[in-house]
Design a protein around this ligand. Structure first.
Ligand code: AMP
Ligand code: MN
Ligand code: MN
Ligand code: MN
Length: 283
């Protein structure tokens, strides 16, 4: 068991700016001892990251972050400790990326109608032919001088109700958790404080997540403030869920907490990795 885990990070396989090998090197330099790569809706970066982690002597946890539609809102479910045998998950990922590709074209068309032509081509170029996310659009608009920073692009264009927001259907919560479990992984509800749900709706979500086989809440996240952390720690205890920790690192330009500089879990939380001691894996 390691002392410093970071179980939620992104690479260029999705919307991060470092390649999987560069991410591993940055994690090692930041003092991370156990690292998960959890790219959005793809496992494409895992092979490169695994080799680099092995080389660097880092504890390695193969992961994913799945996009989910729940009650008309979008949620993220992280899967950790994926095995090589993951047919159902990979089949689900093909569908998720199909929707993502269609959505990217739609976002481009919506932005063109707003007087911003070429955004799809710009985002696609920034994604280097890999998966296209809203963050690629945000980076393109910032590079064009159309916004101060990525956050502003989301605020003005890419969130519900704004002209470049394209709604649609991601995976169901049940499918996402099922695919992760069928791949031998553990399902973690990512950054639960970020969903702008009332306390009652959040408890409903967490109850349902546990019911269908979810195992942990991301208590510590780069997007949680100290109050969020305390609140999620209490909910994890109440619902007898394990606690996970991750920076949600996308590259050093992003506003999230830097890789490896995370607080420790509040007392009373049972860390997800305690279950790994019993099984001897992952990390
Ligand atoms: P997508 O999965 O393509 O819809 O994009 C979701 C991603 O957009 C998240 O994982 C973040 O990386 C990024 N994101 C969402 N909201 C914001 C925001 N307000 N500022 C910066 N990045 C954001
Ligand atoms: Mn992202
Ligand atoms: Mn997320
Ligand atoms: Mn993430």
């Amino acid at each position: 068991m390691f002392r410093r885990y970071d179980l939620h990070t992104h690479s260029t396989a999705s919307d991060g700016t470092l390649s999987p090998a560069q991410l591993v090197e940055r994690a090692r330099a930041a003092g991370v001892e156990g690292l998960a790569l959890t790219d959005h809706d793809t496992t494409d970066g895992l092979t490169e990251a695994a080799a680099a982690a092995h080389e660097a002597g880092l504890g390695w946890v193969p992961g994913i972050e799945l996009s989910v539609t729940w009650n008309e809102g979008t949620l993220h479910v992280v899967g950790l400790g994926l095995k090589a045998e993951r047919t159902a998950l990979e089949a689900g990922l093909v569908e998720l990326r199909r929707f993502r590709d269609w959505r990217a074209g739609e976002i481009g068309r919506c932005l063109a109608r707003e007087g911003i032509p070429g955004a799809f081509e710009g985002a696609r170029a920034l994604s280097q032919g890999r998966l296209i996310g809203r963050l690629h659009f945000a980076r393109y608009l910032v590079a064009q001088g159309l916004a101060r920073d990525e956050r502003q692009v989301f605020q003005h264009y890419l969130t519900p109700g704004k002209p470049g927001y394209v709604p649609g259907q991601w995976a169901s919560l049940n499918d996402a958790v099922g695919w992760i479990r069928a791949a031998g992984g553990q399902a973690v509800l990512a950054h639960p404080a970020r969903y702008a749900l009332t306390h009652g709706r959040l408890r409903h979500l967490i109850g349902e997540f546990r019911e269908i086989g979810g195992e942990a809440l991301e208590v510590i996240s780069g997007s949680h403030n100290p109050q969020d952390i305390d609140k999620m720690a209490l909910l994890a205890r109440e619902f007898r869920l394990l606690a996970s920790i991750g920076s949600d690192f996308h590259g050093s330009h992003t506003p999230w907490l830097a890789l490896g500089r995370l607080p420790t879990l509040p007392k009373g939380c049972e860390p997800l990795w305690q279950t790994w001691i019993k099984t001897g894996e992952p990390a």
